[in-house]
Design a protein around this ligand. Structure first.
Ligand SMILES: [Zn+2]
Length: 205
């Protein structure tokens, strides 16, 4: 699950003029293979190494425990090669709950998809955005809270997490970023006349 070749992650960074050595922080929202497969890559000697040699990689402590000791349902998505090369060189930092990482970036534990899944809140220039990761894949998942994905480890916990997030996002006027949407969709949530329904106002990224 590690990076093979340039791929989309490094290619997209290169297009922005950012080299892997320039990255100083990697936040793993959780350790499913499709969310942390870019943590590591093979170097020219064929060794598995951190993709970002100068970065500190952050993950919740309980998420690491779940990845290290998966069960029958989760073992297909947790891969030690995404983690051990990072940990072995001292670049992995465990977080114990909600944590502020910089003046503008903090993580919020948003359990349900996994017990210690975290979302990333960015507050800058008087504006707020939240990278939802797998708390909500598509706008529909925030517009109708009862719509859940089959991948959630704790679906009813996801439901309550989304309810809290929805209220907070409306109060904070936070931009929601849906990373699984094919168009990289984002938008602002609005309440409706029903307590269990919301409306997303899409915003072009
Ligand atoms: Zn996931």
């Amino acid at each position: 699950m590690c990076l093979q070749g340039e791929g989309r992650l490094l290619g997209s960074l290169a297009a922005l003029g950012v080299a892997p050595e320039n990255i100083d922080m990697v936040i793993n929202t959780h350790l499913h293979g499709d969310h942390c497969g870019g943590n590591t890559r093979y170097n020219e000697e064929g060794d598995l190494v951190p993709t970002f040699p100068n970065a500190t990689y952050y993950v919740q402590r309980i998420e690491l425990a779940d990845a290290m000791f998966p069960n029958e349902r989760t073992r297909a998505t947790y891969h030690r090669e995404n983690l051990e090369p990072v940990d072995s060189v001292g670049q992995l930092r465990l977080l114990w709950g909600d944590t502020r990482l910089t003046d503008e970036v903090r993580v919020l534990v948003t359990p349900g998809h996994t017990p210690a899944h975290q979302s990333v809140v960015i507050e800058s220039g008087g504006k707020t955005a939240v990278f939802l990761a797998d708390t909500a894949h598509w706008p529909l998942h925030m517009e109708k809270l009862e719509v859940l994905t089959a991948y959630d480890a704790q679906p009813l916990v996801t439901l309550e997490t989304k309810r809290r997030l929805a209220r907070w996002a409306i109060e904070s006027r936070a931009l929601l970023i849906f990373n699984h949407h094919p168009d990289g969709m984002a938008g602002y949530l609005h309440s409706t006349d029903r307590p269990d329904r919301f409306r997303l106002e899409p915003v072009a990224l």
